[in-house]
Design a protein around this ligand. Sequence first.
Ligand SMILES: Nc1nc2c(ncn2[C@@H]2O[C@H](COP(=O)(O)OP(=O)(O)OP(=O)(O)O)[C@@H](O)[C@H]2O)c(=O)[nH]1
Ligand SMILES: [Mg+2]
Length: 194
Amino acid sequence: MTTSARFLLFDPVGNAWPAVRLPQVAFAGRSNVGKSSLLNALVGQSRLARVSNTPGRTRGIALFEVEGRFAFADLPGYGFAKVSRSEREAWKGLVEGYLEECESLRRVYLLVDARRGPEEEERQLAAFLAARAVPYRWVGTKGDKLSAREKVAAAARFDGEPWLAGGGPVLLTSARTKAGIDLLWRDVRAAFSP
Ligand SMILES: Nc1nc2c(ncn2[C@@H]2O[C@H](COP(=O)(O)OP(=O)(O)OP(=O)(O)O)[C@@H](O)[C@H]2O)c(=O)[nH]1
Ligand SMILES: [Mg+2]
């Protein structure tokens, strides 16, 4: 299924996103975790958000209009070892500024490679959102790389991780097989329902 979606803007410094007033959800997570791929899987367009094999390629916030009534934010990835301290600081300023100040932000999807589970950076980001009462959801990515047994173990890695606004288990997805995409859509729609 394809969903109407179009590129709105790419904001590398944080001065352009405030112009987008549409209600929005954001996709956050480590470099290479699969943020852009998941966004593409959601809208059923393989080339809307840019997917790359070079971690840390997306250095700004990309915003996409979806169904003409809300927006998806593809946030720049973190945790890529090869970036300098100043680049890390720039990332932090850009992402935290957006998460803190975007009044139309309804929910944040915290993407975690299902094979790894949440680590220190993910917990810090979750705590940052929790402290500001921004609802978030854990999403496991690249589920196609896991056997059935590994999927059970992967889900268990999220046990005890905090949830806001509703709760529930980690949403295990695969941009490749489209597993979990329907469930994720249901959650996205819930974020935009009054
Ligand atoms: N097997 C598998 N590979 C995936 C999946 N999703 C993404 N990938 C691969 O993982 C790599 C990174 O995907 P991206 O979507 O660019 O990841 P990103 O989080 O947007 O990366 P940055 O923008 O650099 O932070 C690409 O080579 C994708 O093909 C998935 O569900 N399954
Ligand atoms: Mg990306």
